[in-house]
Design a protein around this ligand. Structure first.
Ligand SMILES: NC(=O)N[C@@H](CC(=O)O)C(=O)O
Ligand SMILES: [Zn+2]
Ligand SMILES: [Zn+2]
Length: 350
């Protein structure tokens, strides 16, 4: 690769952490991801959540039915782990090709997590079975104790909860989703070489820090969970993502909410990045002078961790610039505001 390429062809990326929602929202946002990606790990935090293999099969059919004609995009389905989840159903779902992974939300940690896990002991039989049949555990890694400062909840989870899971289930593959801290980077570096721990990193956590949320006034569209941390953490995430190390990979956590639900006295957590996900990551790798490592992060490391082949086709990016789309209409009554809406990015998908 030349030092300052104007054009870049890489294997088609996958998104290992995506919220597609359902109904009109799904129909509006899915074309964005389907245009860029080969596959995506689809998060199960619907209302009600996607708990069983039968529910995941119904949800997958809805997604496939909402795809633009001719799209080869493949949704990879996840189970929402609850205290009452049946290990046999997880195993059957895995064997039937329905489940790719299982998502654990500590109860009340984030958007639509009320049915999440209250006690690790209760899900131990599920985690044992997942290790046995090869279903990775994807974790929203924040403690829910409201006495713990919101900016510390990820680091405390890594310190106190993650070791319990790892020690009790040493053969379980774990993905720490959307890491936001230097502590997250360090623990994944430490245990990544065992093949049992990896992390997704979002585009927005590579671009914003906690001051961004208050720049000139409160900016509800930059509120997500885990919340963005100090600048030192953003820099640690950028270094990790662009390091080429195989345990860090693409996961947007693109999480659309209607504008009215964001611009509210009690606004929802979630940032919508799917409209320009690949362009946002490319911008970061270019700024870091690491475009030669973009493909590993976007298209190779994720499939390798999930024991899947990389996509067989490619995408091409051009350094001709792009204006991030403005408000995305959902159903004539509600709309979503994409991250960096109306701003210029350096790269665009050809
Ligand atoms: N990331 C977020 O801020 N929100 C996600 C939930 C999640 O991934 O934690 C959502 O579903 O809106
Ligand atoms: Zn989450
Ligand atoms: Zn998420």
């Amino acid at each position: 690769m030349t030092q300052h390429p104007q054009r870049l062809t890489i294997r088609r990326p996958d998104d290992w952490h995506l919220h597609l929602r359902t109904g009109a929202m799904l129909r509006a946002v899915l074309p964005h991801s389907a245009a860029q990606l080969g596959r995506a790990i689809v998060m199960p935090n619907l209302v009600p959540p996607v708990i069983t293999a039968a529910q995941a099969e119904t949800y997958r059919a809805e997604i496939l039915g909402a795809l633009p004609a001719g799209s080869r995009f493949q949704p990879l389905m996840t189970a929402y782990l609850t205290d009452g989840t049946d290990p046999d159903d997880l195993e059957a779902g895995k064997k039937a090709g329905i489940f790719t992974a299982v998502k654990m939300y500590p109860a009340h940690a984030t958007t639509n997590s009320a049915h999440g896990v209250t006690d690790l002991e209760k899900v131990a039989p599920c985690l044992d079975r997942m290790a046995k049949v090869g279903l990775p555990l994807l974790v929203h890694g924040e403690v829910t104790d409201q006495k713990v400062d919101i900016f510390d909840r990820e680091a405390v989870f890594i310190d106190t909860v993650l070791p319990k899971i790892r020690n009790r289930h040493p053969d379980l593959k774990i993905v720490l989703e959307h890491i936001t801290t230097a502590e997250g980077v360090a623990v994944v570096r430490k245990y990544g070489p065992t093949g049992k721990l990896a992390a997704t990193i979002t585009a927005h956590h590579l671009m914003i820090n906690r001051s961004s949320i208050f720049a000139g006034g409160i900016r509800p569209h930059l509120y997500c969970l885990p919340i963005a941390k100090r600048e030192t953490h953003r820099l640690a995430l950028r270094e990790a993502a662009t390091s080429g190390e195989p345990w860090f990979f693409f996961g947007t956590d693109s999480a659309p909410h209607p504008i009215g639900a964001k611009e509210s006295a009690c606004g929802c957590a979630g940032i919508y990045t799917a409209a320009t996900a690949v362009e946002l990551y490319t911008q970061v790798f270019d700024e870091e002078g690491k475009l030669d490592r973009l493909e590993a992060f976007t298209s190779l490391n994720g499939p390798a961790y999930y024991d899947l082949p990389p996509n067989d086709d490619t995408i091409t990016l051009e350094k001709s610039g792009l204006t991030v789309p403005d408000i995305l209409d959902i159903d004539g009554k509600t709309a979503v505001l994409p991250f960096r809406s109306g701003e210029r990015l350096d790269w665009r998908l050809v």
